[in-house]
Design a protein around this ligand. Structure first.
Ligand code: NDP
Length: 480
């Protein structure tokens, strides 16, 4: 039986104005199990108008403390519905159920964090001319647009919408067509938590239709986008026409740097998890492992054993690795692996595919590669699948050169027992986050997160993320 999901506009569940729908496919077996509205510019218009009314109406009139209480109640409701939401996230996005549970916990935590922060965001007073008082107020942008990808729908929705609402904005969200269901369900819970209708609107559909209409909408005052570099560029160009600020989170090519003195027992499980988590479909996936030459063979042998023990299968069975999101992504990842092999790379290890994995599902057992040419796309660009490429280096200079030798700069990890070296490397690596002797792919609600270079600009998560959903208004008073 297929379920019919609807948009949420002005607090009401509504179909697309055209009545058209998009199929929702279960990545575990390739079968359709629901439909979504295929929204167009007209639906985006209606959502932006509803958000504007809420911003100038009941939502805009709430105090910061009242807003914070609504978000805190939403966090509690997410926790109460944790099992239901985790199952929905696992089925919709193909995630191993244990990963989906972590994601729902993180989503609840974003609303808890930003709910608590809502009335602690202060402006400043500024010393100025004699006989004057100047204050810089932090005010919301107004109506914010949120374009959410399919890899962490609940988490990215939480970090983006949580911050925007806490700051007092009204939101219009375009989730990815492949993973809309938890954002829709949580937005319904937000109404139960006391969020006024129109403060949070969800418009489902295709990126090139509903997403493009949202990015170009003149009634939007800020856009938060997470996704590919190409689409991020298109979103920023569309927003530029309306002079709208954008936060772009565009992925990475994160290196895990293992020096010969590293604690390998601590490092290797983390290195494997950093690429296998969410089937490698993580912007901060640790997709390159840089190994000091003296321990290269030893580390590769240990990683091989770990990869060969990994189980790939349907998310509901709690495997190590679930299916990829859709057939296109499966073909894209397979194409990149084939291309790397043709360029001389060796597949050192491949994980197992469980017998119960349906043939029609989108499974790609994790792969460990060596000998990938440094200029090949698998060494340079996101694979967005569970493919780890290993490289050898000699000393800190070469490690830093390799680490920085891609267009991206999102996250990195350094593994060493030498504290001075760890800090020298952390300063040299061009990335928004550097972890030393640990790695937090996708985690860290309290930690500012965002990229350098082609990984994007602006920061999400943490109080920095809350600030990016505000702008400054300066009031200068002359009083003699
Ligand atoms: P996209 O960047 O195309 O999708 C991200 C979001 O943007 C989705 O909500 C999508 O909607 C929407 N979108 C698509 N086209 C437009 C548009 N013209 N205007 C506005 N919004 C749009 O990523 P893909 O799904 O195509 O994945 C391709 C690659 O992108 C991956 O292999 C990976 O490398 C990278 N990626 C990176 C992510 C990250 O976390 N940094 C997340 C997702 C992808 P819809 O899905 O409905 O088309």
């Amino acid at each position: 039986m297929t379920t019919t999901y609807l948009n949420l506009i002005d607090g009401q569940p509504v179909p697309a104005s055209t009545g058209l729908t998009v199929d929702v496919i279960d990545p575990a077996d390739g079968e359709r199990f629901a439909t979504l509205p295929r929204s167009t510019a007209a639906d985006v218009d209606a959502a932006v108008a509803a958000a504007r009314r809420a911003f100038h109406g009941p939502w805009g009139r709430m105090t910061a403390t009242e807003r914070g209480r609504v978000l805190t109640r939403l966090s509690q409701l997410i926790t109460q519905h944790h099992a239901e939401l985790a199952e929905l996230e696992s089925r919709d996005a193909g995630k191993p159920i244990q990963q989906a549970r972590v994601d729902i916990t993180a989503c609840a935590r974003y609303f808890e964090y930003y709910g608590g922060a809502a009335d602690k965001l202060h402006g400043e007073t500024i010393p100025y001319a004699a006989g004057s008082t100047v204050m810089a107020l932090r005010v919301p942008h107004g109506v914010t647009g949120h374009i959410i990808p399919w890899n962490y729908p609940a988490q990215i929705y939480g970090r983006s919408v949580g911050g925007a609402l806490a700051a007092g904005n009204a939101c219009v969200v375009k989730p990815a067509e492949d993973a809309c269901l938890t954002p829709l369900r949580i937005s319904a819970l937000a109404l139960d938590a006391g969020l006024p209708p129109g403060a949070l609107n969800i418009v489902c559909g295709l990126g090139i239709e509903a997403g493009a209409a949202l990015a170009a909408h003149p009634g939007i005052n800020h856009i938060s986008f997470t996704g590919s570099t190409v689409t991020g560029t298109a979103v920023a160009q569309a927003a530029a026409v309306n002079h709208v600020p954008v936060t772009l989170e565009l992925g990475g090519k994160a290196p895990q740097i293992l020096f010969a003195d590293a604690d390998l027992d601590a490092a290797l499980p983390v290195v494997v998890n950093a690429i296998v988590q969410n089937a490698g479909q993580t912007c901060s996936a640790g997709s390159r492992v840089l190994i000091e030459r003296g321990i290269y063979d030893q580390v590769l042998a240990k990683l091989k054993a770990r990869f060969e023990a990994l189980r790939t299968g349907p998310g509901a069975g709690a495997p190590d690795c679930g299916p990829l999101i859709n057939r296109k992504q499966l073909e894209r990842v397979q194409g990149k692996l084939d291309s790397a092999r043709a360029a001389g790379a060796e597949v050192v290890a491949r994980a197992q595919l469980l017998a119960e994995a349906p043939k029609t599902g989108f499974y790609f057992p994790p792969a460990l590669l060596a000998g990938v040419p440094l200029d090949h796309e698998v060494a340079q660009d996101e694979v967005f699948g569970p493919v780890l490429a290993a490289f050898a280096f000699d000393g800190e200079d070469e490690a830093a050169q390799l680490a920085n030798g891609t267009p991206y700069g999102l996250t990195a990890a350094v593994w060493t027992r030498d504290g001075g070296r760890a800090l020298r490397m952390a300063h040299r690596i061009e990335a928004g986050q550097v972890f030393i002797n640990n790695y937090g792919a996708g985690g860290g609600i309290e930690l500012p997160f965002g990229g350098m270079k082609h990984s994007g600009y602006g920061r999400e998560k943490a109080l920095e993320g809350l600030k990016s959903f505000t702008t400054l208004k300066t009031i200068a008073i002359s009083h003699g």
